[in-house]
Design a protein around this ligand. Structure first.
Ligand SMILES: [Zn+2]
Ligand SMILES: [Zn+2]
Length: 282
């Protein structure tokens, strides 16, 4: 394999590590193996020497993208926390599956060694011993290493990793540090605001600008503001006082830190249009 291509692959791996750190606030490591017509990226979270899971992505003959996700040796607790994912987390998982399908990928899930429908997660068996997820895309154009090809590769890879991460209760810590007083509903709602996969779905849809005032951190502060925005979970009126399953595509909006603080000045929070009205009245 040509030297240039090998260097390119290292660069892509570094790019992916940076994206994963930014998106999930989690440190990942990647090994790159170059064989004749195949490049293999082995991606795993760096976690006190315990391997929880790894994702293997193979790009073969430049036309096939093949990713497998498997919990590792110490992944037992990881699988059992996935097994206990609540309905809102399952809804997030479903959105990620749909995004991958829209991007032309095929998603297969093997649960306890039997194939299950990735879009019918509520019908999966309730006890999980073993889960493997396969994502393939063919043809997959990855020839020149152009910016478009690399972005495509990164986008799909991040979605693949999101599949696993959508089902475990991880939270970002760099945002929304202020703890608001709230009832059980609001505390639960805040959990989804910090869920990195739900957050990414929201930003993919609306971009990184405040949905109330249009504030853009990168525009105002330059590089350090890049990708920075808070995510707010609109609690639908119908959901108040009820068991409620999040709709990750409609219930989340990006907000700047000011608007986010203001929208939580009452409980349940103001609706976005109420806050816009208050702001416009000034
Ligand atoms: Zn704002
Ligand atoms: Zn909020």
């Amino acid at each position: 394999m040509k030297m240039k291509k090998i260097m390119n692959n290292q660069l892509i791996a570094q790019n992916l590590i940076d994206c994963l750190k930014r998106e999930f606030d989690l440190p990942f490591a990647i090994d790159v193996l170059n064989k004749n017509k195949e490049t293999k990226f082995r991606i795993f979270p760096v976690n006190d020497d315990e391997s929880l899971f790894e994702v293997n992505i193979r790009v073969r003959d430049n036309i096939r993208f093949n990713a497998t996700l498997k919990p590792q040796k110490y992944g037992r607790c990881f699988v059992s926390s996935m097994e206990h994912a609540d309905d809102s987390m399952k809804a997030v998982f479903k959105v990620v599956v749909k995004e991958l399908i829209t991007a032309g990928c095929k998603v297969n899930v093997n649960l306890n060694d039997s194939e299950v429908d990735p879009l019918e997660i509520n019908s999966w068996p309730s006890h999980w011993n073993k889960i493997e997820i396969y994502v393939t895309k063919s043809p997959f154009i990855f020839i020149e290493g152009s910016e478009e090809e690399i972005n495509n590769f990164l986008g799909i890879s991040i979605n693949v990793i999101s599949l696993f991460l959508s089902l475990v209760p991880i939270e970002r810590t760099d945002n929304n540090k202020i703890l608001y007083e709230g009832d059980a509903n609001e505390i639960k709602s805040r959990k989804y605001e910090r869920n990195p996969v739900a957050r990414r779905i929201c930003i993919d849809k609306y971009g990184c600008r405040c949905a109330i005032c249009g504030f853009d951190f990168e525009k105002e502060y330059g590089e350090i503001g890049k990708g920075f925005i808070e995510v707010h979970h609109i609690i639908p009126v119908s959901a108040i006082g009820q068991q409620y399953v999040i709709n990750p595509e409609n219930d989340l909006i990006p907000l700047c830190s000011n608007c986010h603080s203001m929208i939580h000045r009452k409980n349940p929070p103001y609706l976005p249009k109420e806050l816009v009205n208050l702001k416009n009245k000034r």
